[in-house]
Design a protein around this ligand. Sequence first.
Ligand code: NIG
Length: 409
Amino acid sequence: MDLVIRNASEVVTCDGPLEARAEETLGRLPNSVIGVKNGKIAFLGPESSLPASNATIIDARGGFVGPGFVDCHTHVVFAGDRSDEFEQRCQGKTYLEIAAAGGGIARTVSATRKATEDELVALAKPRLGRLLAQGVTTAEVKSGYGLDVRSELAMLQAIRRLSAEQPIELVATFLGLHAVPVEFKQHRTEWIRICIDELLPLIVKSGLATFCDAFVEQSAFTHDEARMLGERARELGIPLRLHVDQLTANGGAQLASELGAVTADHLEQITPDGIAALKRSGTIAVLAPTSTLFAKARPFAPGRALRDAGVPVALCTNCNPGSSNSESVSLAMGLACVENGLTPAEAYLGFTRVGALALRRPELGRITVGGPADLVVFACDSYRALPYHLAMNEVSVTLKAGRVATHTT
Ligand code: NIG
């Protein structure tokens, strides 16, 4: 063994049956130690069975150990600041009113276009550092603040570089259909054509993104426009995700289901028909409760109804400058319990096992012998303490691929 984690209250493997009650899926193992070799989990079991070695010891000091968190929806690569829009929302303006007046995504696009790739990398690093401090070991990052060919590619290049230059593994998503760029307002179909016929094939060929995505909303794109993207994505073999039913009820969940999207994200305004559609297609619901809070986009998504209908529910920070200026996994988990109606076990799975499935990375978000040693040692002794200690950080040590990435105590 290279490294052994001992003296944990329990190991929460998240490796129980997925169809079972969340508390069973957690697969909690008391009195277990974890052995790590070559970045993988090599041993999981009682200390008495651990093969002798002169491994580095991490003493969990009675805290619990779980898989590294997977934050499956972020926009952490951007330039600029929109604190004035937050102030306007606090004074009563809505997210959509601010966007209609030229603010919103367009503001961040204009700042991001002016930034160099080096600047985008430098600006994103501290955000990723804060996610890492929260126990995140894998994160998805979207483009969508460039919205011209050069700037979208610069964002994706920045994501690729960031994945190599700091501990969190990044999964890139091409979000060319995030907003209609100002210069295409009078001929939006031309921007959609550029995304679908030029950028998407290039991105697939160069492997610059793993997913593509579109924002279906009255301020952004229509069903038919997202359908064009979805059909082209299917031809090119790149899986689709969709931002839907966030600010207005737009039947987006049904669209995500029709297009076979891997995930339908946001869902504050989803209807019972939308929930049934997600269940039929096996589409994962990704909830972003910090953005519901921050964008004042009530109600919170019906997490309870989604879970009760058998829809897998993942959680994310949705860290971005407009609707969720937060890297707090702990706040997202707390809100998921208090406002989305999830139990602490369901919320924990949303950032682990189900979050990993949202990125089609089933080996992540769980602790299995032979699996990656992406691990978090917590200062508290139970997963329940995470949403209960609202918005506080209980992470003590984070390991990515068997290496200590943060150590805060
Ligand atoms: O996921 N909904 C669309 N995109 C982001 C918000 C982006 C922004 O306001 O800059 C989101 O909430």
